[in-house]
Structure formats: structure tokens, C-alpha cells
Design a protein around this ligand. Structure first.
Ligand code: NGO
Length: 472
């Protein structure tokens, strides 16, 4: 692989040493895993390698040519791992199955791009010798998918997860409700979700699929603004008792729940109860952005009640940077750094998603067919060449839980459009979340990223061939 210092890995590992010799995966190779905890990850790796090599690759309960070990060593944390490739074979060790899963993503990238094919390819399947010790900089490395402006099916969400976990992404934030649509069944309020929505079983399946890949789902029910879909479904939720018209446009800030009506909080309690019961992850995101039709006093009253409700249902409140309560606030508006500082001042942790860097719905250039440009044009270099710990004055490493790449879908109606906007920028945000700031740079990253084009082509990913990258 053409990477300047060796393998073209994204995210770049915390430490990597090229060693003597090479390992070639042979047709009679086996995958060894001794612990029950590691077995599901071994099976996932086996399925992936069988598909593109055509080899049997049985999983056995003893050391083998590829050995996955879930050992006790806590020094690398929950997601860290060590990966040794020698002529004798591959040894991937971690304290948890999650760490082994993260290391498997690195192992995939050490193998030729053809390993990503869905049909058997000719080898040789050779990896140069390396010793890798790796662990993430931030614990929260997310992608957000807006399924409200345009709905995407369970299978399409699964594919979005599949592509993202190859880059060690570990959070999927689903923007489930907005002015244009309510996309999750709420049994106590059956008129909310229309035809294009997830049943509760659909949502459970997304959560299950994500969990198998050590991805935490963060559901967002955007409130008190961005609520036209609910206000159109239930007249009684409106202050004037009149149902709103359905809205298909792209304006924001015109809707608000009725803060002074008690039914608003029965509604919120029912919704939070049902969604929390379906969500194993710690966060319940209640949005809070662009509540331009809610007075500041009403906004504070609403958020205080919302916090109580989320507490009752055993979750931690998360929201956009405007939200004035909760454990985690998400910085998004480059023009409003004060909100990030205020969130830290009240004891919240930040997820960094500056729109002029991390919003995957921003056009690459003014000739990009899809997307918006209110935060500016965001080429691959703009999206990569920043750091969460310096991007906002006064916000430092210890204030930050992680990063997230939101993909808003006002202008994106198909999976191809999603992939075109997400690739190649999503891997860069993933690297910013995982790799130490000291081991990454734009010049090195663009050279490594060049080797990922063939990997995406092998998976039929529709990506933007940015002229900034020397594609291999
Ligand atoms: C947090 C946030 N609220 C707005 C803003 O981001 O911009 C998005 C488009 O880029 C838009 O879809 C969203 O409703």
C-alpha cells in the first residue's frame, strides 16, 4: 500500500512500527479465538474474508494463523488493541471484544483493497510485518443521519453503519423527527409516524445491528422547535388547538411545541418513555436547535421539564448547543461559539460538529450537485484540517467527549447521494476522533486516503473523487 510511512491506514494508529517479513493468508488458514466473548467478532471477520478470498477460514478455539484474543490487559482501555503481523501469522489482542472489533478494521485495511469485494478475488493476500498499539483519543466518534427530511430504510441505514464502522465510528445519531416528518412509531400517539417510518421492531433491528458492530444509537426527538410534523398530527399539541399543515420545505425555526400546555409534557413523557425503552445507549437527544418560535423564557421552562422527564426514564439528556441542560451539548454553529462555552460552564461535555468542517451536507464546491452551502464550501481538506481542541476559543481537550459528522438530508433522497456527500469526508472526521493530534497531518492523510478509493469501489460506494487527493 502506497502510504508514505507504510500501510495506508485511516484512522492512523497511535503507534505503528513496520517490522521484518510479511504474512500471506493461505487457503488452509484458520481463525483462532479462545474466548466466547471474542467469538462473534471472529465470525464477522471470517464471513468478510471468506467472501472475497473464497477460502474456508474455519473459526477454531485455539491459536491459528489469525488469532483474536480478548485478554485482561486494561492498559489500552475499552477500545484499544495490539496487532502483530509476522511471517508466522496475525495476532490481534484487546481487553474487550469491542477492542478486537476495532482492531479488525485495521486488519482489513492492511489487506489489499480486493479484500472488500463481495465475490472471490485472486490473491495473494499478503500483509507486510507491523506492530501496532492503538487506542482512541475520544470515546464518542459519531455520524448523524437525518431520516426526517428524507426517509431511509432499515437496510439503507445498515449500509451506512457498515461503511462507517470500517473507520472505527462508534455512534449513530439518528435524527428521527423534524418539521417534515416523524419517523418512529410511538404507540401512545399513533398519528405521529406516517407510512415512511420505522416501526418499533424496525428501530430495534437498527439498534441490534449497530450493537453487533459496537455502535451506540443516539435517538433524537427534536424539540421544542423542528416539531411541525407532530403539530400537524395532533391539533391539541398546538397552543391555538389548530393542527398545522404538513410541511415539505426546507425552512427552519417556524415551529414550537406549546410550552404552557400540560399535554405537551404528557406527550413528551410518552415519547421519551417509549424511545428510551427501545434504546440501550445512555443518551436521549431532544435536539433544542433553532427554537426561533419559542420565547427564551418558554425555552428555559421547556428544557427544565424535558430534563426531568429524561431523568425519570433513566437516560442522559443530549442536545444541540442551544440546549441549556443535559450531560452533552453538540457544537454546530461556527457563529455561536458562546453556546459551546456556556455548555462547558454548566458542566456539560461537548461533541464537536462545526458545520464549516464536519457537516457532510455542505457542498464540496459550488458545482456539487447535492447539499447546502450556508456554512460555506467544504472540500476534503477543509473537513480534515482542524482540531476539536482548538477550533473554539476556550474549549480544551478535557471539555470534549468527541466528534460527530452530521448528514442532513433536505437535498439528499437516495443512498448514492448520501455516499457521495459522506465519502471521502466521513473517514477524516473519524480519524480526528480516533488518532492522536500529534500523529496526523493533512499531507500524510491525503496520501493515505488515496489508497481508500479502490476500497470504496470494491464496495460499490459512490464517492466524490476530490481533485485534492492523489487517488491510487
Ligand atoms: C443543528 C442544525 N439545525 C439545522 C442546522 O443544523 O443546519 C442543517 C443543515 O445544514 C439543518 O438541516 C438543521 O435543521
Amino acid at each position: 500500500l502506497a502510504g508514505p510511512a507504510g500501510p495506508a491506514l485511516v484512522p492512523v494508529p497511535a503507534s505503528l512500527r513496520v517490522t521484518e517479513g510479511a504474512f500471506t493468508l493461505a487457503a488452509d488458514a484458520r481463525i483462532g479465538v479462545r474466548s466466547a466473548e471474542g467469538a462473534p467478532v471472529a465470525e464477522q471477520l471470517a464471513r468478510l474474508l471468506r467472501r472475497s478470498t473464497g477460502y474456508a477460514l474455519p473459526v477454531v478455539r485455539e491459536p491459528a494463523e489469525i488469532t483474536l484474543e480478548v485478554s485482561g490487559g486494561q492498559e489500552l482501555g475499552r477500545e484499544g488493541y495490539t496487532l502483530d503481523v509476522t511471517p508466522a501469522g496475525v495476532r490481534l489482542a484487546a481487553a474487550t471484544a469491542e477492542g478486537v472489533f476495532r482492531g479488525v478494521q485495521t486488519l482489513r485495511q492492511l489487506l489489499p483493497a480486493a479484500i472488500e469485494s463481495s465475490t472471490p478475488q485472486p490473491g495473494p493476500w499478503t500483509i507486510g510485518g507491523v506492530r501496532i498499539e492503538d487506542r482512541p483519543r475520544f470515546p464518542y466518534r459519531g455520524v448523524m443521519l437525518d431520516v426526517a427530511r428524507h426517509f431511509f430504510t432499515v437496510e439503507q441505514v445498515k449500509r451506512y453503519i457498515d461503511l462507517a464502522v470500517a473507520y472505527k465510528v462508534n455512534v449513530l445519531h439518528l435524527h428521527l423527527t423534524d418539521d417534515q416528518g416523524w419517523r418512529i412509531e410511538i404507540r401512545s400517539w399513533p398519528e405521529l409516524a406516517g407510512d415512511d417510518s420505522y416501526s418499533q421492531d424496525d428501530y430495534r433491528e437498527i439498534v441490534r445491528y449497530a450493537a453487533e458492530r459496537f455502535v451506540t444509537v443516539v435517538p433524537e426527538i427534536d424539540t421544542p422547535g423542528h416539531t411541525n410534523a407532530a403539530l400537524a398530527a395532533y391539533a391539541e399539541l398546538n397552543c391555538d388547538g389548530v393542527a398545522r399543515e404538513p410541511y415539505e420545505g426546507t425552512e427552519v425555526g417556524f415551529s414550537s411545541l406549546c410550552v404552557d400546555k400540560e399535554i405537551t409534557y404528557r406527550f413528551l413523557d410518552d415519547v421519551v418513555r417509549e424511545v428510551a425503552a427501545l434504546t440501550p445507549g445512555p443518551y436521549l437527544n431532544l435536539g433544542g436547535d433553532e427554537a426561533h418560535s419559542t420565547s427564551p423564557e418558554d425555552y428555559e421552562k421547556f428544557v427544565a421539564r424535558a430534563q426531568e422527564i429524561v431523568d425519570v426514564h433513566g437516560k442522559q439528556l443530549m442536545g444541540w448547543a442551544e440546549i441549556t441542560s443535559g450531560a452533552v451539548a453538540q457544537h454546530w454553529q461556527p457563529r455561536e461559539p458562546d453556546r459551546a462555552r456556556a455548555a462547558v460552564a454548566r458542566g456539560a461535555k461537548l461533541v464537536m460538529s462545526p458545520a464549516d468542517r464536519a457537516y457532510l451536507d455542505m457542498k464540496y464546491t459550488d458545482s456539487t450537485e447535492y447539499g447546502l452551502d450556508w456554512a460555506g464550501l467544504v472540500e476534503v481538506s477543509d473537513s480534515y484540517d482542524w482540531d476539536p481542541a482548538t477550533v473554539v476559543e476556550g474549549i480544551h481537550e478535557q471539555d470534549i467527549l468527541g466528534v460527530e459528522a452530521p448528514l442532513w438530508t433536505e437535498t439528499l433522497a437516495t443512498p448514492d447521494a448520501l455516499e457521495f456527500m459522506a465519502y471521502p469526508r466521513l473517514p477524516g472526521i473519524a480519524e480526528i476522533g480516533w488518532s492522536p493530534a500529534t500523529v496526523r497531518s493533512w499531507e500524510d492523510y491525503r496520501a493515505r486516503l488515496a489508497a481508500h478509493g479502490p476500497r470504496w469501489s470494491a464496495r460499490s460506494v459512490t464517492f466524490y473523487r476530490s481533485p485534492e487527493i492523489p487517488w491510487s
